[in-house]
Structure formats: C-alpha cells, structure tokens
Design a protein around this ligand. Structure first.
Ligand code: NI
Length: 199
C-alpha cells in the first residue's frame, strides 16, 4: 500500500519532467539563442582577409558584384583543382556577362597558403580569380558563416591533407546567397546555372 512518503519520488520525478518541458519550451521559443530563418538560407557574412597580391580585402570591396565562392587549399590532391578548372571553364563559356561575377578561392589552409602561394596556384586557372588568406581565426569565422567545415589531418613526414566541404556558392550583388553548386555540373552545367541567375 502506498504511503505519502512512497509518493515523494514520483512527485520529484513529475516536477523534474515539468521543469524539463518548461526548459525546452523556453529554448525553442524564437529569439532565445536561436537564429530564425525566413525564406533564404542564412549563408555568408562579412570577412576581412588578404588577397594573393597582399592587399586587404573585405566583403565590402565586392559590393555590387556577384561572387562565386569556393573554400579549399592549394595542396588539395583532387577536388579543389577540378573545381577551379570547372569554374574557370564555366566563366569562359559565360563570356561578357560573366564579368559581373568574381570567382573567389578562400583557403582553409592559411599556414601554407600565403598570398604568394595563392598567386602562383591561381595563375594556372586564370586572372579573374581572387585568392583569399589570413589568420586562421578569420578563416574559421568566414568558413563558419558559409557553413563550411574543414579538418586538418595529422602530418605524416611533414605532409598533411585538409578535409573540407565541397560547395561553390553564388552570392548576389547585395551579399545574399543565391544558389550553390559543385564541380559535378561540369563547365557547361555550371555556366548555364549561373547565367540563369544573372540579369
Ligand atoms: Ni580540396
């Protein structure tokens, strides 16, 4: 037979459950520590980095231009060079209309990818490319704003690779996200997809 004392643990449990529910409700309320997304996905944000010519560049320097942004690193064995080739070929196919678009390569390996290294690397893909590097804290912040993740692997005999998200972002002249792609579209597919978004 239950005595009042025996009910105490149940009462405590119920109180804990109720408190948990209240806590959850509080945390799910919009505006309490959460980003509320309406319409377009919140991708992108301000940055302050250095280009391959050693000049400081911020997002404001590109205001009014379309940006094709890709994060990677110059020692990448496969997907980065493929992607940059696809972007370069797509830009060639778009031709004059493509002049409104700036392809930007942001390194996720700033320790190795100095401005000079970026300059040398990007010269293989065309003069229209802007390469950006900077302190790891700045790189990490801009990567986060683009929801790009990257992870440096332990070095073996001084050599290391960096896993990274593989996304080409098209950002509009107002700095807002328009669309994202990857290299599997090929130059023709990417050119068509970008042209659709241009005025
Ligand atoms: Ni890569």
């Amino acid at each position: 037979m239950r005595t009042p004392q025996a009910l105490v643990p149940y009462a405590v449990l119920l109180a804990a459950v109720a408190a948990g529910l209240l806590w959850q409700m509080g945390n799910n309320r919009p505006g309490v520590g959460q980003v509320v997304e309406t319409g377009q996905a919140a991708v992108g944000g301000p940055f302050s980095l250095t280009d391959q010519y050693g000049h400081k560049k911020t997002d404001r320097d590109f205001a009014g231009r379309y940006l094709l942004i890709y994060f990677g690193y110059t020692n990448c064995p496969d997907v980065c060079p493929t992607t940059l080739s696809v972007i370069a070929d797509a830009m060639d196919k778009i031709g004059n209309a493509g002049k409104a678009v700036v392809p930007i390569f942001i390194t996720v390996d700033p320790d190795r990818d100095t401005p000079d290294v970026l300059k040398n690397y990007l010269s293989s893909f065309g003069p229209q490319f802007i390469g950006l590097t900077g302190p790891m804290a700045n790189i990490a912040a801009v990567a986060k704003s683009y929801r790009v993740t990257f992870k440096k692997h332990d070095a073996v005999n001084g050599i290391y690779t960096v896993d990274h998200s593989n996304v080409i972002y098209l950002m509009g002249p107002d700095g807002h996200f328009i669309a994202n792609y990857d290299e599997t579209l090929g130059p023709d597919g990417l050119a068509v997809a970008i042209e659709k978004q241009l005025p």
